[in-house]
Structure formats: structure tokens, C-alpha cells
Design a protein around this ligand. Structure first.
Ligand code: ZN
Length: 290
């Protein structure tokens, strides 16, 4: 049996996996934004009753993930999470970015995906991504790769969109749920969540351009990736990415692009457990190849 853990900004999901099936699971609130220094013992407390029967711990984690440390970008804090959990559990620990894990779940489980090269984009609170190139997930030494939310794009407005990473006009600064909520709240003069925007105000004349810019940003990102990786498929998930109004706009913009930029857009298949299933399969592959 193996343990798989998904560490996000809102929730932490832990699963005990046998023969690729989740046989036990626990989900708790995340403490990244409240008490991040206790993250490793907090995660260990959720899984310690499984440790005696497990052979490995595999973690999908938000942020800039490297073997040395996870840099939690939103709270500007680094933790040596892999070493901490290895020492707490006494088990081998694999750790990758959560969106990369979800991409790998699609590689394994999504029958429709063109396996060799594809891009997985999740548009939710932030914009995350995983890149599969020549049947491998792209990873790098310091973990800052495939962070496609922090690539800048052209959008047809005079406005500049500052990003929390320090650049301007990042996809995340235009298309994330956080950005959509921020600009919609400014436009209507009241506090709105991204869910409020899509549920109640999507047709509002002051809101439509905000959603349109968000869709343009994601379409531009898709074109940049096509020109870089030659991928013929893009999978878009996340709470914003799955909103029909949003994805239909993205699809229309892709359709209008020149032929060399055409890609097949797919919805994710792997569902709510994508991150834990993805990192489980990724770790298994690493074990086979080592
Ligand atoms: Zn950025």
C-alpha cells in the first residue's frame, strides 16, 4: 500500500492506496494560510495510522515544488517538506506540484488525451498547469517550471494587470478566479466572489468584458504553448475553467485562430481525486524506472 497526499491552499486530502484504488481517505482544512510552520506534523497526524502498512508517501503540493523545498508562493514561505515527512514517517517520499500531478492523472486515465504531448491548465483560485512532453511530466531542479499562470500575454486593453509574482499581465493576474472576482468587484462597487460572478453577473455589461479578457488570456496562453511544445491537446479544468460560459469563450477564440494554433480542448476525466491519483502513478513510474 502507498499513501498519497494532496496539499492545497484550502484543503489537504490524504489517501491510502492499494492496487491503484483508494481504500481509505481523509480530508481536512489546510493550514497553509494560518499555521504553515506546523504543516509537516499536521499532515503526519492525518496519515500516521497508515504508515506501518505503507511502503511510500507521495505528495502533490501547491507552489514551487522541488526536492529540497516547497516555496509556497502565496504566503512567501519555504519548507523542506519532503525531508520533514521522510523523517516523520521513515518512508521514501516523492513530491511534485499539484497541477503536474493532475496532468499525470490525465495521462494515465483520460482515454481521449493525445498522450505524447499535452498541456493541462487549471483555472481556479489561481492558474496552475502541468506539461506532458514526450511522455514525461516536465519538472526542474528549483520547481519553477510549467507555472504557466506566470507567463505574460497580450490582451486588447490599455489596462495593465499587476501580478503578485512581480510581473505584469500574467495569465493568473487576468484569468484566475481571484482576478475575475477583484475586477468584477471594482466594476460593480461591491465584494463578489468568482462564483458570484459566474452565477449572477455573467451577462452584466460591465462584467462581460472581464470574463472575455480572462478567456482571451487563456486562449493566448494556449497559442504560446502550441508554438512552444507542438501539443495538439489542451485539457482545461478548475472551477473557472469548467464554467460553460468561460470555456465556450476560450473554445471560440481558439477556433478563430490560424490553423497552426488549433488544438483539441478536453475537459479533465480524473475528477476530484486527480492530484492523489496522479502523484501515486507518477511515483510508481519513477520506481519502475529507477
Ligand atoms: Zn505572475
Amino acid at each position: 500500500m502507498d499513501i498519497a497526499i494532496d496539499i492545497g491552499g484550502t484543503k489537504i486530502a490524504c489517501a491510502l492506496i492499494e492496487n491503484d484504488q483508494i481504500i481509505d481517505a481523509v480530508k481536512v482544512d489546510s493550514i497553509i494560510h494560518t499555521n504553515i510552520d506546523d504543516l509537516a506534523p499536521y499532515v503526519y497526524a492525518q496519515i500516521k495510522h497508515w504508515v506501518a502498512q505503507a511502503r511510500s508517501v507521495n505528495i502533490a503540493c501547491t507552489g514551487q515544488v522541488s526536492p529540497d523545498a516547497v516555496n509556497f508562493l502565496s504566503v512567501r514561505r519555504k519548507l523542506p517538506l519532503q525531508a520533514q515527512l521522510r523523517s516523520l514517517t521513515g518512508l521514501p517520499v516523492t513530491i511534485i506540484n499539484d497541477a503536474s500531478a493532475a496532468a499525470w492523472a490525465e495521462y494515465v486515465l483520460n482515454d481521449h488525451v493525445s498522450r505524447k504531448n499535452f498541456i493541462y491548465i487549471t483555472v481556479s483560485t489561481g492558474v496552475g498547469a502541468g506539461i506532458v512532453f514526450n511522455d514525461e511530466i516536465i519538472t526542474c531542479a528549483d520547481g519553477f517550471c510549467a507555472h504557466l499562470g506566470h507567463t505574460a500575454v497580450n490582451i486588447p486593453t490599455a489596462q495593465s494587470y499587476p501580478c503578485h509574482c512581480g510581473r505584469e499581465n500574467c495569465v493568473e493576474a487576468i484569468a484566475s478566479g481571484t482576478a475575475i472576482a477583484k475586477y468584477a468587484s471594482q466594476a460593480l462597487g461591491k465584494t463578489l466572489s468568482a462564483k458570484d460572478v459566474f452565477t449572477h453577473y455573467a451577462e452584466h455589461p460591465d462584467i462581460m468584458p472581464i470574463i472575455d479578457n480572462a478567456a482571451t488570456a487563456v486562449a493566448e496562453l494556449i497559442f504560446n504553448m502550441k508554438a512552444t511544445f507542438g501539443n495538439d491537446t489542451v485539457i482545461i479544468g478548475g472551477s473557472v475553467g469548467l464554467a460553460p460560459l468561460f470555456i465556450n469563450k476560450v473554445a471560440a477564440k481558439v477556433q478563430q485562430a490560424p490553423e497552426i494554433y488549433q488544438v483539441t480542448l478536453l475537459a479533465p476525466k480524473s475528477g476530484a481525486n486527480a492530484d492523489v491519483i496522479g502523484v501515486h502513478h507518477y511515483a510508481k513510474k519513477q520506481l519502475i524506472e529507477s
